[in-house]
Design a protein around this ligand. Structure first.
Ligand SMILES: Nc1ncnc2c1ncn2[C@@H]1O[C@H](COP(=O)(O)OP(=O)(O)OP(=O)(O)O)[C@@H](O)[C@H]1O
Ligand SMILES: [Mg+2]
Length: 380
């Protein structure tokens, strides 16, 4: 039996919670074989003892199942490595971190294990809110399979390339924007395989010239696959913002996303519950246009009274409430904000202008500003 054969065997073990195997994760530190004895050294980059036990157990089991070795010794080297790592500063045991070009103070990842919960919308509005508070802001769309920032922000140009072959982010609403979509083309969904994506991401990180930034907001693709893993390993993320919807069904996926940041020890700053209830704002008036102070009877709702200007606001909890709160409690992080379902958000997405800009006085914009303020506070 050769070492390579043992490695091949160990490649069939997945890192708990990830689609990647433990070998490509860099968990196997050494394999020593003498005659029919084997010793495998594992370096598992986590504080979670359950994960360590699970991996060590799986390795032991696989080797025993071979019925080839007399003595099998599986050793854990994580404690030692973790301490060593702290002394080294910013280097993960998994992979070398990538340095961004420019001077980027904080990197904030907007993420969720689940698709379509509003990550890109939150990322764009959060970035815009930070910009409005006079911070230097960049926005990086890492969704290779379905980049959406070019649409959300109405950008149709291509980034320029500097003489030393760096990509220059596009400027929009006073922010620096970069997206895989600029390169892959808005209409051409790119089908890349995992390792290609990982490589592309890595290059993409170091090839963009960001200049001076206070905050770089990352719009992550959904899921907990290779891209997310590469990302969370390679960049020194200051904090993650988890987006969820109110339903329980969504939560299971979201949870996986949040747990990924725990695993790579990037702090989760908080949770945003998006699409939380439907808020309809309206105005009642008489036929000749005078404001109507009246009682409105609305199906499934208590009677609502309009104010002196005839204005009213109704909130429908279409889905169950409280998903965001439950998740923030579970993670022990704050619930940063609650954004209702709003036709205005859909419209602003279509128009390529975040609602924070198109309607800065709306309750939703104020909520986004509140979220931005809390994040600034937490990171300072
Ligand atoms: N609060 C909201 N109210 C109404 N529509 C919303 C809200 N938030 C997001 N949307 C809409 O939902 C759709 C999906 O949003 P978005 O693209 O931001 O989700 P995502 O999580 O980034 O999706 P993906 O997983 O595909 O990247 C968009 O059309 C967006 O306009
Ligand atoms: Mg998106």
């Amino acid at each position: 039996m050769k070492k390579e054969e043992v490695l091949d065997l160990l490649k069939t073990i997945k890192y708990p919670g990830f689609s990647r195997d433990i070998v490509s994760f860099g968990v196997i530190e050494k394999i020593e074989m003498t005659d029919k004895d084997i010793s495998v050294g594992l370096n598992i980059p986590t504080q979670n003892d359950e994960v360590k036990k699970e991996i060590a157990g799986a390795v032991q089991q696989k080797l025993e199942a071979l019925a080839y070795f007399n003595e099998i010794n599986v050793e854990l080297a994580a404690e030692h490595a973790a301490q060593h790592d702290q002394h080294q500063g910013h280097k993960t045991p998994i992979q070398q971190r990538v340095e961004l070009s420019g001077n980027v103070k904080h990197i904030i990842a907007v993420a969720s294990g689940k698709g379509g919960v509003g990550k890109s919308t939150v990322a764009a509005n959060l970035a815009t809110a930070l910009k409005q508070n006079n911070h230097k802001v960049g926005l990086l769309d890492l969704d290779i399979y379905g980049p959406s920032l070019p649409i959300t922000l109405g950008i149709h140009d291509m980034p320029k390339v500097t003489s030393d072959r760096k990509l220059v982010p596009l400027e929009r609403y006073g922010m620096k924007i970069m997206s895989f979509g600029f390169i892959s083309g808005n209409n051409a969904p790119v089908i890349w395989r995992g390792p290609m994506v990982a490589k592309m991401t890595e290059q993409f990180f170091s090839d963009v010239e960001w200049g001076e930034l206070d905050y770089l907001i990352l719009d992550l693709p959904p899921g907990t696959g290779d891209v997310q893993l590469t990302l969370t390993q390679q960049l020194k993320i200051s904090g993650a913002v988890i987006v969820t919807t109110p339903q329980d069904i969504a939560l299971a996926d979201v949870r996986k996303g949040a747990d990924m940041f725990k695993k790579v020890e990037a702090p989760v700053l908080g949770v945003i519950e998006n699409m939380s209830g439907l808020v309809i704002d309206g105005k009642a008036s008489t036929k000749d246009g005078k404001p109507l102070q009246a009682k409105l009877e609305i199906a499934g709702k208590e009677t609502i009274e309009t104010n002196r200007e005839g204005q009213f606001s109704i909130r429908y909890d279409i889905f169950k409430r409280g998903g965001g709160e439950a998740e923030s409690k579970r993670l022990g992080v704050p619930l940063l904000g609650i954004i209702p379902l709003s036709p205005e958000i859909v419209e602003s997405t279509d128009l390529g202008e975040p609602i924070v800009l198109s309607n800065p006085d709306s309750l939703i914009s104020k909520e986004y500003n509140k979220v931005a303020e809390r994040i600034v506070k937490e990171l300072s």
